[in-house]
Design a protein around this ligand. Structure first.
Ligand SMILES: Cc1ncc(COP(=O)(O)O)c(C=O)c1O
Length: 354
């Protein structure tokens, strides 16, 4: 079976882990500091703050922005639930906005229309690594604090060439194995705001400002040097990883574009192709489609969720584009270590069952 994704680790990652184990310093140390600097550099930001997951990154940023009960936070309706759940876990209300039918990101017009006097912040998601319409979002949201959920978008760039991760007050990345680089679990926040960075460092560390000085009942959401060392080895190879993904994605899109509705980016933007997704036509049974692909040796997965259907943030009325992608969205195999034979087989099978 050709899997949806396969993490790409090399001897560099193995050597990095060994180096940390032999150093005797396993908790956050020089590797975490290097990872934070690496993400800040890659995104053109002043600060990086490494945490235990992309979900923790989102939750800490919202917490650091003082989002809480009585607040509303705008969030795209189509997503892995982390951003909506992060809002709900702080006692605020996630107000879902529908996604654009072409780029599958929260539509700037929908964000603007959903804003009320209670709106405290907005989360924009570069869904599946596809960059948001950054300039239109900035114009639509004005002075509202914007958090970029770039969990999937390391190495992507917006239409004006700026890197994903450079939008808004802070951006959050994930290091989960389905992402472009991974260390098993992990996340990184990047920001230009020094005060916000400091609050995040305190919040991830038990709410401890200085040894013994606790300012809030905090959690431990730190990343270890073992994880960071793996992520650093991956980050050093990011351009090669992106090149391989783009080569495979372009070849697959060239063959599948005539048969499937694929995600389209804003003109001029550059996605990292974290996920190759498609929207099946109305009436097509997704489970039967997934089974037909599996019988032929190709793993196809469900694409994502319309978050209001999961039960934690309540039904929020018509969200037709998110609903369609929830019901009929699929993800196809795409990973940098795919062989050309594997890629051709994926294209052959998906053409045959289209
Ligand atoms: C859009 C989005 N945000 C946040 C996350 C959460 O990242 P993590 O799995 O590292 O907690 C994910 C993970 O799939 C995601 O896709």
């Amino acid at each position: 079976m050709i899997p949806l994704a396969r993490p790409w680790t090399t001897e560099a990652e193995e050597a990095a882990v060994l180096r940390v184990l032999r150093s005797g310093w396993l908790a956050a140390g020089p590797e975490v500091a290097a990872l934070e600097a690496g993400f800040a550099e890659r995104t053109g930001r002043a600060h990086g703050i490494a945490v235990s997951s992309g979900t923790a990154a989102l939750e800490l940023v919202l917490q650091a922005l003082d989002v809480g009960p009585g607040d509303e936070v705008l969030c795209p309706a189509l997503t892995w639930p982390s951003p909506a759940h992060a809002i709900a876990r702080l006692g605020a209300r996630a107000v879902l906005v529908d996604v654009d039918p072409e780029d599958w990101n929260g539509a700037p017009e929908a964000f603007a229309a959903a804003r009320t006097p209670a709106t405290r912040a907005a989360i924009a998601i570069d869904q599946f690594g596809n960059p948001v319409r950054a300039a239109a979002l900035r114009a639509a949201l004005g002075d509202l604090p914007l958090v970029e959920d770039a969990a999937c978008a390391l190495g992507s760039s917006f239409a004006d060439g700026a890197p994903c991760g450079s939008l808004g007050v802070a951006a959050c990345f994930s290091l989960h194995p389905r992402k472009v680089i991974t260390c098993g679990e992990g996340g990184v926040v990047v920001t230009d705001d020094g005060d916000l960075a400091e609050r995040l460092r305190v919040l991830r560390n038990h709410g401890q400002r200085a040894p013994g000085a606790f300012t809030s009942p905090g959690a431990n959401l730190r990343l270890s040097d073992v994880n960071a060392a793996i992520a650093n080895a991956q980050l050093a190879r990011l351009d090669a990883i992106l090149d391989a993904r783009r080569t495979h994605a372009e070849a697959l899109r060239a063959r599948l574009g005539a048969h499937y509705r694929l995600q389209l980016g804003p003109a001029g933007s550059r996605p990292n192709h974290q996920t190759l997704g498609a929207l099946l036509p109305p009436g097509r049974d997704r489970e039967m489609f997934i089974a037909a692909a599996a019988e032929r040796g190709v793993q196809v997965g469900r694409l994502s969720y319309a978050v209001d259907r999961l039960g934690q943030v309540g039904d929020q009325g018509p969200l037709p584009n998110a609903r369609a992608l929830d019901e009929r969205g699929v993800a196809f195999p795409l990973f940098p270590t795919m062989t050309i034979d594997e890629r051709e087989k994926v294209a052959d099978v998906l053409e045959a069952i289209a």
